[in-house]
Design a protein around this ligand. Structure first.
Ligand SMILES: [Zn+2]
Length: 345
């Protein structure tokens, strides 16, 4: 660990917690939109952990996780390594209560349904410049990344997703997921040489593992997301010997035994109101009916079935990625449910 670590305007010497900003962009009012950052430098050597939240502006549970870990739980005098905490990665999305940046409708992680945003454009649009600044100042300095997102509804299943297809990060990804201890979706996709330079691919190319965390009730700061998130981050720090202590198993939430695989999205074939007959996390057989779409006269017009043996983990309803809000009503093609299956042993 260097004597000091600098992220944006924050410089932390050994044993210090400091705050500052990563310089962002200017609005047409000349108002600066910068990204607040906390930096904690330990007394002894160890990895640099980056914990980011609110890449999507309506997913704020991770803000509290970052603050509790850095302001209450970890003592910089006892830390081995460093923590960089970014409570709100995309202030342009967050300030307008929107999933994406209001200014150019982009997702700074490169995901979502908008056009692909890469983090290699210092002269790009507003959100591209934020992504570039985040890469330069924070992501490129990390040895481990926890990227905290949320599903909207509180009845969703808390889960994490790891890609084990990159031999450079596989072992660390599995160690992080085991330590965090929630339902785990495993993806196995090799990282291609020509993979676009979005933030997650840039770190993957360096051999830095990037754990995607999905808490629940994303628009509020609430339990169980706070406790599960804080416990999971501290568990990862214990697993990588950054702090002392035993790994604490997660409790008080549904954990689907895994590894699990993402089946995909079940979409509506008819339009109307929708009612759900099963809860996320309840095991269902293929073809079991878990929701009904009914018209505005009250007649059921579609019974929505499970596409495979498995579970739903969230009901986004009409809340298609990139839109502002959900409604318990769907149109043809709307996302009804996210489905996962258990990998055959
Ligand atoms: Zn998200």
């Amino acid at each position: 660990m260097p004597e000091k670590i600098t992220v944006g305007t924050a410089t932390a010497k050994r044993g210090e917690l400091q705050k500052g900003v990563i310089k962002g962009i200017e609005l047409n009012t000349t108002t600066s939109i910068d990204i607040p950052v906390l930096v904690m430098n330990g007394m002894k050597d160890g990895p640099t952990l980056l914990v980011v939240s609110t890449q999507h502006g309506i997913e704020i549970q991770g803000t509290e996780v970052v603050l509790r870990v850095m302001r209450e739980k970890v003592d910089p005098k006892k830390l081995r390594g460093a923590i960089i905490g970014i409570p709100v990665e995309n202030p342009l999305a967050y300030m307008h209560h929107q999933y994406l940046s209001w200014i150019d409708n982009l997702d700074l992680g490169g995901g979502g349904s908008g056009s692909l945003l890469t983090a290699d454009k210092p002269n790009g649009t507003a959100t591209e410049r934020l992504a570039y600044a985040l890469w330069q100042e924070a992501w490129s300095k990390a040895d481990l990344v926890i990227n905290i997102h949320c599903n909207t509804r509180p009845d969703s299943i808390i889960f994490q997703e790891i890609n084990i297809g990159n031999p450079k990060t596989k072992e660390k990804m599995e160690r992080m997921a085991k330590a965090f201890g929630v339902t785990t979706l495993v993806v196995n996709e090799p990282l291609k040489d020509d993979a676009p330079p979005i933030l997650s691919n840039l770190v993957a190319k360096k051999g830095v593992p990037d754990l995607l965390m999905e808490l629940i009730d994303g628009r509020w700061i609430s339990e169980p997301s706070t406790t599960v998130g804080v416990r999971g981050v501290l568990n990862i720090m214990k697993a990588f010997d950054m702090i002392d202590g035993q790994i604490e198993p997660q409790q008080g939430i549904k954990i689907i035994p895994g590894p699990c695989k993402e089946w995909g999205i079940v979409r509506a074939n008819r339009g109307g109101l929708i009612r759900f007959l099963k809860k996320p996390g309840e095991f269902m057989k293929k073809d079991e009916v878990f929701a009904e779409i009914y018209d505005l006269y009250g007649d059921v017009i579609e019974r929505v079935k499970m596409p495979a043996d498995g579970y739903t983990w969230a009901y986004p309803c009409g809340d298609i990625l990139g839109t502002n809000t959900g409604l318990q009503a769907v149109q043809t093609g709307a996302n009804v449910a996210y489905v996962l299956t258990q990998e055959s042993k």
